[in-house]
Write a new protein. Structure first.
Length: 318
């Protein structure tokens, strides 16, 4: 089966490589060709545009950063929906909001193209090992027909319901990811401001009832202060929190914590932290508050606390 793959970033490049390892013929497109070189060296063909890719593929995968990028690839001047082929299928693995996914279902079907929204959950390492989770939304017949392709890239495929429902569950997952990381960062900062060592805080919190399991994987980054881009850049998590807030607005759900977290991540982006791993939200918050553990002898002394520089609210931090 001739497959097209658009979007060869951290996740997409590894997903495409796994399709290739299973013997599928690939034609690929990415905004920057250099990210496709490894796949091209293994036999993939390069398309000059999504439209050119559409002429060569039975199934088109997209794995792009945000809804605007997905829509441009599909419906832009050189979009692949401009040149639909008989029986063609589009599987979108990008993280997009549910209403957008439903809109793309309609636009694809109007061009005679099937559509399956299948956003993924997993890290760079899981993508490389083909251990991603797919949250599938669309027609059950489409999922069953193309399930073998998803199984080349993941080991867990969950059918969530009709059009947009895979995106709906992905919204929930990333909303929890973003708010949990921000809450954990604040917990560490509170503990350190009270004089608790970071090592003790990690040992007490991680693995306990108050911490999401994924937070243990962020310990090394926080301890080393190394937040170079890896699995999930901070700016994309902020984008997902925004999409969750948009989705909540559309359904009338109130999400005050999510909206607050979204704005904290936005401030971090404005501070130049957008390209770093999203765990950098801890470092951003700690530096913005100039947190220093208090001396142990002052812990239970209210007068010492009230005279401590951190005991008063600094107006420039509001």
């Amino acid at each position: 089966m001739k497959l097209g793959f658009i979007g060869l970033g951290i996740m997409g490049s590894r997903m495409a490589a796994n399709l290739q390892k299973h013997g599928h013929s690939l034609v690929v497109f990415n905004r920057t060709r250099e990210k496709a070189e490894r796949l091209l060296s293994e036999g993939a063909k390069w398309a000059e545009s999504p439209a050119a890719l559409a002429l060569q593929a039975e199934v088109i995968f997209t794995m792009l950063a945000h809804p605007d990028a997905v829509e441009e690839a599909a419906r832009g001047e050189d979009g692949f929906l401009r040149y639909p082929q008989p029986g063609q299928m589009w599987i979108d693995c990008s993280t997009v909001n549910p209403s957008f996914s439903r809109k793309m279902t309609v636009k694809a079907k109007a061009r005679g193209v099937g559509y399956l929204g299948s956003p993924v959950t997993g890290s760079k390492g899981q993508a490389e090992l083909a251990k991603l989770t797919f949250w599938a939304g669309g027609e059950t017949s489409d999922l069953e027909r193309y399930r073998p392709l998803l199984e080349c890239m993941g080991n867990r495929i969950i059918y969530c319901g009709g059009p947009g429902m895979g995106a709906s569950l992905k919204m929930v997952m990333n909303q929890l990811l973003g708010t949990a990381m921000a809450a954990f960062a604040e917990g560490l900062i509170l503990g350190e401001s009270l004089g608790l060592s970071r090592e003790l805080l990690f040992e007490a919190i991680l693995g306990g009832p108050g911490a999401a399991p994924f937070l243990a994987s962020k310990r090394e980054r926080i301890e080393s202060g190394s937040y170079e881009p890896a699995d999930f850049p901070l700016r994309w998590l902020q984008k997902d929190l925004h999409l969750a807030a948009v989705s909540a607005y559309e359904t009338g759900a109130a999400m005050p914590l999510t909206n607050a977290a979204k704005e904290v991540y936005c401030l971090a982006i404005r501070n130049g932290r957008g390209s770093e791993d999203f765990s950098a939200i801890y470092d951003f918050l700690a530096r913005s508050q100039d947190v220093h553990p208090m001396e142990n002898e002052h812990h239970n002394d209210p007068e010492a606390f009230s005279s401590h520089p951190r005991g008063a609210i600094d107006s420039h931090h509001l």
